[in-house]
Design a protein around this ligand. Structure first.
Ligand SMILES: [Zn+2]
Length: 318
């Protein structure tokens, strides 16, 4: 463990597949990490025990006074003000769970809760690609699309702190069915899940593509790999993906007038394949004063979720 600077916080990234934990210092450095497979069958109580175990694992040898608290980032919708997870679609039984109260009791530490998109936005703001910016929008593009908005030097919260469900703005009224029940949400059009679906839907028209061998098993990861290898069909899908992302980003530019848009999530690992297309879309469709706003890849990479979760502890203490 390197020498920690300033107070420490534990970040917990609660996901449908994994619960991850990290001990993070006040400069955003990850000092220790641990992860386990989410006990989805055991329900909230079992996962509380998992979180307690992970906190113990990453804080070995840390004196309690050095620990500012535990930040939990989870998929929404959640009520971060009430410390309540409203539901997690990928975790059955997680309905109206007062996770902050339960963890405070179990850990005897301050606990804060944040939507995962907003937590990652705060992490990038404090420690990553949004550092020192007064206005920026963070988007995470992976299984779905989420994010957070930093406006006028503060986190945009909204009613019940539910602002910035960016993935559910409608970008195509007759578009794909979204997990939320609407049609044509940005996430249903442009997420990694949607990219994989677009590939499968069009595969029959591309017999020469290397993806054809994978058949119905094709995912966004395969599309990215094939595009990186120069596969024409996959490159066309990525060009379309860049446009679909561009449509939403132009809306965000007009809404929030950020100094930059920062993109994280699994799909952002292919950012080099997307950046030119996104930039072209912005240049062609944003109003003139918005056309030069840059789009960057997130700087925290694989650590974004964990550092983001820890950073909400530091943000709460500011
Ligand atoms: Zn939706």
């Amino acid at each position: 463990m390197s020498t920690p600077r300033g107070p420490l916080a534990v970040g917990i990234d609660l996901g449908g597949t994994q619960v991850r934990a990290a001990l993070v210092d006040a400069q955003g450095a990850v000092l220790a990490r641990a992860a386990t497979r989410t006990d989805a069958v055991g329900g909230p109580w079992a996962v509380m025990q998992q979180i307690k175990g992970l906190v113990g694992e990453v804080t070995q040898g840390v004196l309690r006074p050095d620990l500012a608290g535990v930040g939990v980032s989870a998929p929404g919708p959640l009520d971060s003000e009430a410390g309540m997870i409203v539901c997690i679609p990928t975790l059955p039984g997680w309905i109206d769970v007062p996770i902050v109260a339960l963890l405070k009791d179990a850990l005897r530490l301050p606990v804060v809760l944040e939507n995962d998109g907003v937590a990652a936005a705060i992490g990038e703001w404090r420690f990553g690609a949004g550092r020192s910016l007064r206005d920026f929008v963070y988007i995470t593009v992976s299984t779905g699309i989420g994010g957070g908005v930093i406006a006028d030097g503060r986190v945009l919260r909204g009613r019940r702190r539910m602002a910035a469900h960016l993935g559910h703005m409608t970008t195509a009224p007759e578009g794909e069915l979204c997990s939320c029940g609407n049609r044509g949400c940005w996430e249903a059009q442009a997420s990694g899940t949607a990219l994989g679906q677009a590939a499968r839907d069009r595969l029959a028209s591309a017999p020469a593509s290397s993806l054809t061998a994978l058949g119905p098993a094709v995912t966004a990861v395969d599309v990215v790999a094939a595009a990186q290898a120069g596969d024409a069909f996959a490159c066309a899908l990525m060009a379309r993906e860049a446009e679909l992302l561009g449509i939403g980003i132009v809306n965000l530019l007009h809404l929030y007038s950020p100094e930059a848009v920062v993109m994280g999530g699994g799909v952002s690992q292919a950012f080099d394949l997307l950046q030119a297309g996104i930039t072209q879309w912005i240049a062609a469709h944003a109003m003139p004063p918005f056309r030069t706003v840059p789009v960057h890849a997130a700087a925290l990479g694989q650590n974004a979720g964990l550092v983001g979760a820890a950073s909400i502890v530091f943000a709460a203490a500011d």
